[in-house]
Design a protein around this ligand. Structure first.
Ligand code: XMP
Length: 514
């Protein structure tokens, strides 16, 4: 979809913050794309990029085998900002020198002094804190550059050539710990690249809807709606474009959270008058899951059954030309657009095979980061509880019930989980704790209730803070909140006599228990 007029290119040299840099640029309302460091000068010219950002990376700029950029990029007349490795590579390529810091590795929060007459540090505080993480440093700047920032251990914390609009920073402006990082990025984007703040979700949503109308014409589209943020926003965009030409199939496998199936159905059917087929397939899934306790086997059964139900339903609908997928930008990057390819550890249950017999796939969210998908959802009028829904695994509560999944266990877990979510919301923790849920541990233990001895289920509470779900810390939930949840579950949910709180980080544990 050719919707973006202005764009900046983030060239990925394998750094851990590549996607973060791109998100920060977008937060400045400037559209950007991530591509490999191998992108040539000609491709950059053809792409009409307004500026280029070189990311950090794990290599040394003086290492002959490390990733290099096409040197012609520096002859395009386009502004370039190099970050960490990117800055060192810029120095090395343009005739400067980079050396290893033998024993003085600079890591963490560092004070820098900046020259406010520099374009990058325009209106910046003369001294501020930034985030450093490097074992090499620039020791000689290339001809035409001047040093624009220093730190105690880094004689070239930043350099710039303001005639050619080349900038290099040793620190990471994209991370939160760099106090004025967003200002430096804005200066680069607005003052060096001459971008305007035109990347806005309201106009993007309208533009996508227009282009979907054109692309789909009078054809039909099918969407697997799960109630998750991505599939909801994608489906609604298509619905706004072509109305009832879109049919959504919502496979309710009976492993959803309490009331969730009804909530999803009512929002999309009643509020948006969408064409939704809800398939109540709980019996079918539970029959397949009977007697199965091995986690991977459970996941596999649910994934396969999901596809079977979806196929059966879609076959009843006659010819449908397009399939809608909720692919978002990190999926695109991670499947090969950048350098830092991450192997997806989860096969999403909503993921459908492509050979299911469609003329084409429609992916309205392909260009968006998750926070942008949320903003697009709000623009479209999707209720906040759906837009800010925490991630929920495709196989649902089945991976939070250790051992065999039964109707009775599902009920216990759904009730306990609902209480936990209610109490998190009323304590205001629902927006600060990234994911939280209850787990039916499969452990039974002895308790005492009234005068009698009990032998009943143990529920574990899991709550984590994380920015990327690859690593996570357990949330320091106030004792009072834990106490209230524990009391309520014991009193309100039958067959539970013990509550524990999971205090493991990821790694070594995962967020989910299975
Ligand atoms: P783990 O348990 O690996 O989970 O630390 C990381 C994140 O992924 C979610 N998750 C899934 N998401 N389909 C999904 O769409 C799945 O099968 C699946 N399994 C785990 C998990 O909830 C956490 O947010």
């Amino acid at each position: 979809m050719e919707i973006k007029k202005q764009s900046v290119l983030v060239m990925d040299f394998g750094g851990q913050y590549t996607q973060l840099i791109a998100r920060r640029v977008r937060e400045c309302n400037v559209y950007c794309e991530i591509k490999s460091y191998k992108t040539t000068a000609q491709e950059i010219k053809d792409g009409k990029y307004m500026g280029v950002i070189f990311t950090g990376g794990p290599n040394s700029a003086y290492d002959a085998n490390g990733p290099k950029c096409d040197p012609e990029i520096f002859s395009l007349g386009i502004p370039v900002l190099g970050i960490c490795y990117g800055a060192q590579l810029m120095a090395e390529t343009l005739g400067g020198k980079v050396e290893s810091i033998s024993d003085n590795r600079e890591y963490g929060k560092t004070k820098i002094e900046v020259n406010p007459s520099s374009l990058l540090f325009h209106r910046a505080k003369p001294e501020s804190i930034c985030w450093m993480s490097h074992t090499d440093r620039i020791t000689e700047i290339p001809h035409g550059f001047k040093i624009t920032a220093i730190s105690k251990d880094c004689p070239v914390a930043a350099m710039e050539d303001n005639k050619r609009n080349f900038f290099g920073v040793q620190f990471h402006p994209e991370v939160e710990h760099t106090e004025q990082g967003q200002l430096y990025l804005r200066n680069f984007l607005y003052n060096a690249c001459n971008c305007t703040a035109e990347w806005r979700m309201d106009s993007f949503v309208n533009d996508v809807i227009d282009s979907l109308k054109e692309k789909i014409g009078d054809k039909k589209v099918l969407c697997a709606l799960s109630g998750g943020v991505d599939s909801s926003v994608a489906a609604l965009m298509i619905h706004k474009a072509v109305g009832k030409q879109l049919t959504c199939i919502f496979v309710d496998h009976g492993l959803l959270r309490k009331n969730e199936g009804d909530e999803v159905e009512s929002v999309f059917k009643e509020q948006f008058d969408m064409n939704i087929i809800r398939v109540n397939a709980k019996e079918r899934f539970l029959t397949k899951l009977a007697g199965v306790s091995e986690p991977e086997k459970k996941r596999k059964i649910i994934g396969e059954e999901f596809i079977r139900v979806f196929e059966e339903e879609s076959q009843k609908l006659g010819k449908i030309e397009y399939l809608c997928q909720g692919t978002i930008y990190p999926d695109v990057v991670e499947s090969g657009a950048g350098e830092s390819a991450v192997i997806k550890s989860h096969h999403n249950v909503g993921g459908l095979p492509e050979d299911i017999g469609f003329e084409g796939i429609i992916e309205p969210l392909r260009d968006l980061f998750k926070d942008e998908v949320r903003r697009a959802g709000l623009e479209l009028g999707i209720p906040e509880f759906l837009v800010y829904r925490q991630p929920f695994p495709g196989p649902g509560l089945a991976v939070r019930i250790m051992g065999e999944v039964t109707e009775e266990k599902l009920e216990i877990l759904a009730d306990a989980d609902a209480i936990m979510r209610e109490e998190f919301a009323s304590a205001g923790l629902d927006r600060t704790v990234n994911q939280y849920f209850a787990v039916l541990t499969g452990i039974k233990s002895v308790g005492v209730m009234g005068d009698g001895r009990t032998y009943d289920n143990t529920i574990a509470l899991r709550a984590v803070t994380t920015s990327d779900f690859m690593t996570a810390d357990w949330a320091r939930v106030p004792y009072e909140v834990l106490e209230k949840i524990s009391n309520r579950i014991i009193n309100e949910v039958k067959n539970v006599n013990r509550i524990v709180y999971d205090i493991t980080t990821k790694p070594p544990a995962t967020i989910e228990w299975e």
